[in-house]
Design a binder for this molecule. Structure first.
Ligand code: GDP
Ligand code: GDP
Length: 527
């Protein structure tokens, strides 16, 4: 073998194969995910053949593996990691960079049991920019729970994760098949040449030639949507990173995370509603009951004010669209309200209190505001004000619930609180309801739990036929909270009809208690 490798391929200078004649497969990933174990598993006893190859760095493990009739050069970057100095990211990058750049195929490994770490996300983002073919390997995925945990790796944006256990051998055959499929197709003559030195080469040749005719695997590359500690990642970054557009995306997300931590513990809410619903009366009442810390101060827009109060659970910032009321006074007769002012208030809030005048019932305009809240992705609490003036409370409440049930299915399970802002009766129920909703808005459901639910949901109602073919939905993962956002992968998943989407959204809401908040469902087709 060693001799062969040094022979220049003079007869074929335009040959697309790597210098040394064999397709190169590089195993990459952060330390301890099981790269060496996988390497040994793939190379098997053939490793002995190259153990004391001259010119091979002491730290670099390199071997040859016969995978479904194709002989490949396999490089394990594990040793290099230990050798390089500096930060974890620096080490990872320095160690794997050169190896990856020579690769025809990269096996990017993560530890399914540990879940996705910032280091994984960082490395994945770098890897996506290298324009190499990648197979995402979720290692340590032995057993049922392991396989479910592996699905979280979808969020890395490197296509479907292949769950396996390097140590136990589960899934290795699948991986070998995928590697063979992903390698650049060989011309028949080249295939023969590449496998020639191998014993029993006639069979191997035939198989290699067969596989060479197969289409190369096209991998899906969804955008990264994993919620990781981006600030951490930024710490380990370099100037070269900063010039990269992908990095800008990370930085933006980091800023978002920082912004969140800056106000950690402060719950931001807004009071919205039609003119005369009683928003300012309510604000004064809340200010009277809770301890005011600051305010009223100018809000983020010209027409809003913000006050900070403290309840027994912590600080709450209340944004109130003063301008909304001022304009309303002028146009009182017309019951005009400014949609843009409402939207401004929504943008500043995590949970929105939609105040209505309960003596008037739930009007179309109230529902319009509710839909804006849904569209902006906020949690919502419905406040039935002027409860003191309502004559038939039972009937009023029922009418409102019925209307909600029919007209506001996008936020089913919304909290409804009734009170009187003028007398103060019942107002103390408002902030606890807001806090419950905020908690739901921040919910995270584990990928394992989600996929167990998903399996049974698909079993109860199979996805529909679309143009005569059944859609095959495969996995689900939560890519974001605030509001809860889920991503489903499957064959032609993006063609899922609306009623089936609603079935899934309702199921998610019911099974994971996601009441009164918008739920986002994203669908991504895979091949
Ligand atoms: P590397 O640093 O990425 O090369 O990781 P190693 O191959 O040295 O493995 C790190 C640790 O993970 C070792 O203790 C392995 O025994 C363990 N490991 C590797 N593969 C698996 C697996 O499939 N399942 C489990 N449970 N552990 C594994
Ligand atoms: P805004 O335009 O939403 O800010 O509404 P205001 O707070 O200015 O209230 C409009 C009118 O409703 C005022 O006359 C208030 O006194 C009255 N109002 C507010 N809350 C209540 C309540 O709980 N019960 C009753 N009966 N009237 C109320």
């Amino acid at each position: 073998m060693a001799e062969r490798r040094k022979t220049p391929r003079a007869s074929r200078p335009e040959a697309p194969l790597p210098k040394e004649g064999l397709p190169t497969v590089v195993i990459a990933g952060r330390p301890n995910v099981g790269k060496s174990t996988l390497f040994n598993r793939l190379v098997g006893r053939r490793q002995a053949l190259v153990a004391d190859q001259p010119g091979v760095t002491r730290d670099r493990k390199e071997g040859e593996a016969m995978l479904r009739g194709r002989l490949v050069r396999l490089i394990d970057t594990a040793g290099l990691e230990e050798a390089a100095p500096d930060t974890l990211y620096g080490r990872m990058r320095a160690s794997s960079e050169s190896a990856v750049q020579q690769a025809d195929l990269v096996l990017f490994c993560i530890d399914a049991r540990a879940g996705i770490t910032p280091a994984d996300a960082h490395f994945a983002s770098w890897l996506r920019r290298q324009n190499r073919k990648v197979i995402l390997v979720a290692n340590k995925a032995e057993g049922r729970s392991g396989a479910a945990a592996a699905m979280e790796a979808f969020s890395l944006g490197l296509g479907d994760p292949l769950a396996l256990s390097a140590e136990h051998g589960d899934g290795i055959a699948d991986l070998m098949g995928e590697i063979a499929e992903s390698l650049p197709p060989m011309a028949e003559a080249e295939a023969a040449e590449a496998v020639e030195p191998v014993k029993g080469s006639a069979r191997a040749r035939a198989r290699a030639a067969r596989e060479a005719k197969g289409q190369p695997k096209t991998s899906v590359q969804p955008e990264p949507e994993v919620e990781v500690n981006f600030a951490d990642i930024l710490e380990g970054s370099t100037q070269a990173d900063a010039d990269d557009p992908m990095f800008a995306e990370f930085a933006e997300q980091a800023a978002f995370v920082e912004d969140e931590t800056a106000v950690a513990g402060v719950l931001k809410i807004a009071f919205v509603g039609r003119p005369n619903a009683g928003k300012s009366t309510l604000l004064n009442r809340v200010l009277g009951e809770e301890r005011m810390i600051t305010g009223p101060e100018p809000g983020l827009t010209r027409d809003s004010i913000a006050v900070m109060v403290r309840d027994e659970h912590g600080e709450v910032q209340i944004v109130d669209t003063a301008g909304l009321r001022r304009k309303a006074r002028i146009d009182e007769r017309l019951e005009k309200m400014s949609t843009s002012a409402t939207i401004e208030a929504l943008k500043m809030a995590e949970v929105v209190v939609l105040v209505i005048d309960a003596t008037l019932g739930l009007h179309e305009q109230d529902l319009q505001i509710a839909r804006l809240i849904e569209r902006e992705g906020r949690g919502c609490v419905l406040a039935l004000n002027k409860w003191d003036a309502v004559e038939d409370r039972v009937a009023t409440r029922k009418a409102i619930y019925d209307r909600l049930e029919i007209s506001l299915t996008q936020m089913r399970g919304i909290e409804v609180v009734s009170f009187s802002a003028t007398t103060g009766a019942g107002v103390n129920k408002l902030l606890p309801a807001v806090r419950r909703t905020a908690e739901i808005w921040n919910t995270r459901v584990s990928t394992g739990e989600l996929n167990r639910w998903f399996d049974s949901a698909l079993e109860r109602h199979a996805p529909p036929l679309v143009s005569g073919r059944r859609l095959k939905l495969r996995y689900i993962t939560q890519v974001k909270s605030r509001p809860p956002t889920f991503l489903i992968f499957g064959t032609r998943a993006e063609q899922l009809p609306d009623d089936y989407r609603r079935y899934l959204v309702n199921g998610l809401r019911e099974s994971f208690g996601l009441d009164g908040v918008p739920i986002r469902l994203q669908l991504r087709g895979t091949k």
